[in-house]
Structures are given as C-alpha cells and as structure tokens.
Design a protein around this ligand. Structure first.
Ligand code: C2E
Ligand code: CA
Ligand code: CA
Ligand code: CA
Length: 282
C-alpha cells in the first residue's frame, strides 16, 4: 500500500483470513455467490498406480470472492452447510462436474471418472435420489463415471436410512466412496454395513509413510486397511500423497490409485485436458 495512506477502504485486511472474523458478511455474500457466478471447480487428477495414467479427477469447489480472491472450501463449506446453501451449491457442483466430464470426452480425450464431494445435508434430503437422477439425466453423463464421496462424519445419523439411500444411488449406476476413511469413530462398522465401491485412505494414514520400512506401525496399519478394502472388493485411493517415499510405500501395500501434490495440485479443466492428451507422457 502507499506510504502513509491507511488502507481504510478495504473491508477485509490481509490478516483477516479466518472465517470466524466476519461470519455474517461471508454468510450474506455466500447467498449471492452462486447466482453471481463466483463459484468454480478445480480438478485434482487421480492416478492409477499400475498404469501410471490419470484415470479420474476429484472436483473441488472454490469461491472467487470479489474482495478476498479465491477461497478454499474450508472457508465456506461449513457456512454453506449451516445455512442450507450447500444444497444448491452441491447440485451446481455435481451438474458442473458432470458437464465437464462430458466436455472432456467430446474433445476426444480418454474417458475418466469424476468424483464429487457429497454433503451430509444432501444425503439427508428425502428426495435426494430423484435429485441425483435428475442431474444425471439432464447432463447426459455416463452414470458409471460418477463417484459420490461421502465422509464418515455424514453417516452418523441413521445408518438404516443411509443404507437404503446408498443402495438407491448405486442403482442409478453411480459409484460411492467413503471419504476421509479412518478419521471417524465407526469406520470399521460402516465398511461392513454400507455398500461402498471406493475407500479413500485419509491423509492421516499417508502422511507418516515417510520411510520405506514395512515393519513400521504406520505402514502396517495402512497396509491392513488396503487389504481389508480389497477383501471387501473396494478400490483404494490414497489421498494427499506428497512424497516419493509415500508413493513407494503405497505401491508396496498394493494401493490402487493416488491423488496428491506429488502428481498435481487441483487444477483447471484445461490443465486436465493437457494431462489426458495422448501425446503427453507422464
Ligand atoms: P477432501 O474431500 O478430503 O479433499 C481433499 C483435500 O486435500 C482438498 O482440499 C485438496 O486440495 C487437498 N489436497 C490434495 N492433495 C494434497 C496433498 O498432497 N497434500 C495436502 N496437504 N492436501 C492435499 P480442499 O480443496 O481445500 O478441500 C477441502 C475439503 O472441502 C475437501 O476435503 C472436502 O471435504 C470439502 N469440499 C471440497 N469441495 C466440496 C464440494 O463441492 N462439496 C462439499 N460438500 N465439500 C467439498
Ligand atoms: Ca473428497
Ligand atoms: Ca478426503
Ligand atoms: Ca480430508
């Protein structure tokens, strides 16, 4: 800023990076974010550990706030859930991600799957299956290329109802992932009761895999989760893979897929298209 000129016109100072400071302002503004076209999706590649090809992406929402710039979901998803805005936002995310998947295919790129985060609030809607079906139909996406990521924390309410809804969602042809696996309290019972196709190994299990020692407790625990998931016919995607050491460990425990900064940060649609183009090798 200019010397001697206090920046009084700026509503948000550089240090106001916590949502807690202006929750009312953000709450009001978030209501306008969707109609004003301020939300956008970035896509993080998911890589098959055997073929080393990009086989999917996870769609991650961002808010291009007029004053604050690009906000990560940590700054606004909680507000969206508390206000109910997560319902229209979640439907916009699913619709946009499905259309993007179709656009990549229409551009002649190799077909990939698209994973979308699904909020507990969405899962609780009585007509959620109809809503998802409506989006699949409207976008014309191939349902088997769509994955809904559900966190353990969303499942605490009514396990019987969750099971029914999940079976109906699967009947539409979409895949279901258990996200942030291992961070909740009932992980193992959910695995045996609910029909998941994919297990996302949380960063908490990936982070400590720094040395290549197979006898280390962190390796043994992660390996056991991978084996358990495979015994239940689930695919395992490791999250937040940042180092070659972690990747080497995950390969040794026969993990199926990875996503993380080691391969790529979440990026825009054009960058995904570039990664999928056949001439470009990894
Ligand atoms: P998540 O589903 O666990 O998504 C993965 C998060 O890890 C993303 O953060 C991603 O950018 C970050 N990440 C990816 N690779 C690495 C890595 O190598 N190291 C580290 N340290 N982090 C990595 P992001 O984009 O900030 O999203 C945070 C959370 O917000 C997501 O966690 C998800 O729970 C939620 N979220 C994002 N988009 C949506 C959405 O459209 N709807 C809903 N309901 N939640 C969303
Ligand atoms: Ca996720
Ligand atoms: Ca996750
Ligand atoms: Ca996480």
């Amino acid at each position: 800023s200019k010397a001697g000129t206090p920046n009084t016109s700026c509503l948000y100072s550089a240090t106001m990076d916590e949502v807690e400071i202006e929750p009312l302002t953000l709450k009001t503004e978030l209501r306008h974010a969707l109609p004003r076209g301020e939300l956008l999706l970035q896509y993080q590649p998911q890589v098959d550990l055997r073929t080393e090809q990009v086989i999917g992406v996870e769609a991650l929402v961002r808010w291009n706030h007029p004053a604050l710039g690009i906000l990560a979901p940590g700054k606004f998803i909680t507000i969206a859930e508390e206000t109910g805005l997560i319902i229209p936002i979640g439907e916009w995310v699913l619709t946009t991600a499905c259309l993007q998947n179709k656009a990549w295919q229409a551009a002649g790129l190799r077909p990939i799957k698209t994973a979308v985060n699904f909020s507990a609030k969405q899962l609780e809607l009585t007509d959620i299956v109809d809503r998802v079906q409506g989006i699949l139909t409207k976008t014309g996406v191939e349902p088997s290329t769509v994955e809904l990521e559900i966190t353990e924390a969303s499942l605490i309410s009514n396990i019987g109802r969750c099971k029914t809804v999940m079976k109906e969602l699967r009947a539409l042809g979409v895949k279901l992932s258990i996200d942030d696996f291992g961070t909740g309290y009932s992980s193992l019972s959910y695995l045996s009761e609910l029909p998941f196709d994919i297990l996302k190994l949380d960063a908490a299990f990936v982070r400590p895999l720094q040395q290549a020692g197979s006898s280390l407790p962190c390796f043994v625990v992660a390996h056991a989760i991978v084996d358990l998931a495979h015994a239940l016919n689930m695919t395992v995607v490791a999250e937040a893979v940042e180092t070659q050491e972690q990747l080497a460990c995950l390969r040794r425990m026969d993990c199926d897929q990875m996503q993380g900064y080691l391969y790529s940060r979440p990026v825009g649609p054009d960058e995904i298209a570039r990664l999928l183009r056949p001439m470009v090798s990894e």
